[in-house]
Design a protein around this ligand. Structure first.
Ligand SMILES: Nc1ncnc2c1ncn2[C@@H]1O[C@H](COP(=O)(O)OP(=O)(O)OP(=O)(O)O)[C@@H](O)[C@H]1O
Length: 282
């Protein structure tokens, strides 16, 4: 069933996903400790933090892919008691960090396998307009695609379904600067149709896409704000929370003409966890 939050141009701002007191463990190790935040019913919310602070684990805990306790609500209804496949059926789309395409299957087969029920013609057209390259490569084995093209397949799979929220884990990781911009553009358009919780290490992409921001450290939320740019504009705070300054990482096109400056060398590819800087963990 389609929902108001799921239709392009008709989003809702009330929280679609709420997480309270979330704790999760992997092999006996506590990796998420008392995490709480909410994802508004529109736009992109960034989940940030240095390497190993629990971002991926938080997404997996929401989906019930790892052992967890706490409350997870989708559109006000508890889903933490449900199995992962039910949570996904309810409309929580997941684009994992490693993309997980079926390499021997074609692009078309990868997309067909992912669709729950039947995608509407409107939705197929929306996805095709976002990723025209995939239609041209429909019969190509997914394993022969570039990393960027595989990322497009992973995003297309999630977008073909009528999800109420998407959890997208490091979609630009390892991609060339030009492809990073293509993936960011696709996410920007996708976010008009479905709210996104985005784990992303490229701060230029965060600046371009994110409205709200949640920062983790040591499995806990250490910063939460409705305005991601307020964090990124605060050089000292960004350095303290993420270990790298935001200077030179900003998406130039997103700045006013007065603010524009030549990008720092490697700015588009820069990620905060690759250059830890001198900031201490808060
Ligand atoms: N399969 C696993 N087995 C054991 N420990 C794990 C496993 N996966 C993650 N961890 C540990 O859980 C903690 C959180 O990892 P997680 O991948 O959630 O962090 P992250 O913030 O997403 O990191 P990154 O930015 O590097 O992807 C880390 O200490 C990590 O070593």
């Amino acid at each position: 069933m389609s929902t108001a939050t799921d239709r392009p141009g008709r989003p809702s701002a009330s929280p679609i996903l709420t997480v309270e007191g979330l704790r999760a463990h992997i092999g006996g190790q506590q990796v998420v400790e008392d995490v709480g935040f909410s994802v508004p019913g529109r736009g992109v919310t960034a989940l940030l933090g240095r390497n190993g602070v629990g971002k991926t684990s938080t997404l997996k805990a929401v989906l019930g892919l790892i052992g967890r306790t706490g409350r997870v609500s989708l559109g006000g209804e508890r889903i933490d008691g449900e199995a992962t496949h039910r949570i996904i059926q309810r409309g929580v789309g997941y684009v994992p960090e490693d993309r997980e395409v079926f390499s021997k299957l074609t692009v078309a087969e990868n997309l067909q396998l992912a669709v729950r029920g039947k995608a509407s013609a409107e939705r197929r057209e929306f996805v095709e307009s976002l990723f025209p390259d995939l239609a041209a490569r429909a019969q190509q084995p997914a394993g022969t695609l570039s990393g960027g093209q595989q990322q497009m397949v992973a995003l297309a799979r999630a977008l073909l379904n009528e999800n109420r929220v998407l959890l997208v884990d490091e979609p630009t990781k390892g991609l060339a600067p030009k492809v990073v911009q293509e993936v960011a553009a696709a996410l920007e358009t996708a976010a008009q149709a479905v709210p996104i919780l985005l784990v992303e290490q490229n701060l230029a992409v965060v600046r371009r896409l994110a409205a709200g921001v949640v920062v983790l450290s040591g499995g806990r939320v250490v910063h939460r704000a409705d305005d991601a740019r307020a964090l990124l504009d605060d050089e000292a705070l960004t350095r303290r929370l993420l270990g790298v300054g935001s200077e030179g990482h900003g998406h130039d096109a997103a700045r006013s003409p007065d603010e524009r400056r030549p990008p720092a060398r490697g700015a588009h590819a820069a990620s905060y966890t690759r250059s830890p800087g001198e900031g201490a963990l808060p």
